[in-house]
Design a protein around this ligand. Structure first.
Ligand code: FES
Length: 106
């Protein structure tokens, strides 16, 4: 018998991150888009994402804390880090995370 398949890379703990001002716990060692999928499994699974750096629908603006530079990245390739703060997301991500009741972009 094989283990059930999961879209997530193996993880042993959850990291605390902030998405548009709200705190969430998401699996370490995973790209940020997978972390979004962890929080909203169905919505992100059926979202319009290529998962391969082509569509640009997963772009986020983020920083790693106060005094750290704000950057843009593709969340399908960006690995999550402790204390990451997602400050802006695309309309597609916002739509997929609508059940999380996020605020507007910071
Ligand atoms: S999901 Fe298409 S570029 Fe990231």
């Amino acid at each position: 018998m094989t283990a059930p398949s999961t879209p997530f890379r193996p993880f042993t703990r959850l990291l605390r991150i902030t998405i548009l001002g709200r705190e969430f716990e998401v699996p370490e060692d995973n790209p940020v888009l997978r972390c979004f999928q962890y929080l909203a499994p169905e919505e992100v699974s059926y979202g319009s994402f290529c998962w391969n750096e082509e569509c640009q629908n997963c772009r986020v603006t983020f920083d790693l804390g106060d005094e750290r530079p704000t950057r843009e990245a593709l969340s399908c390739k960006l690995m999550v880090q402790e204390s990451m703060r997602i400050k802006a997301v695309t309309p597609e991500i916002r739509y997929c995370l609508r059940t999380l009741q996020l605020k507007k972009d910071e």
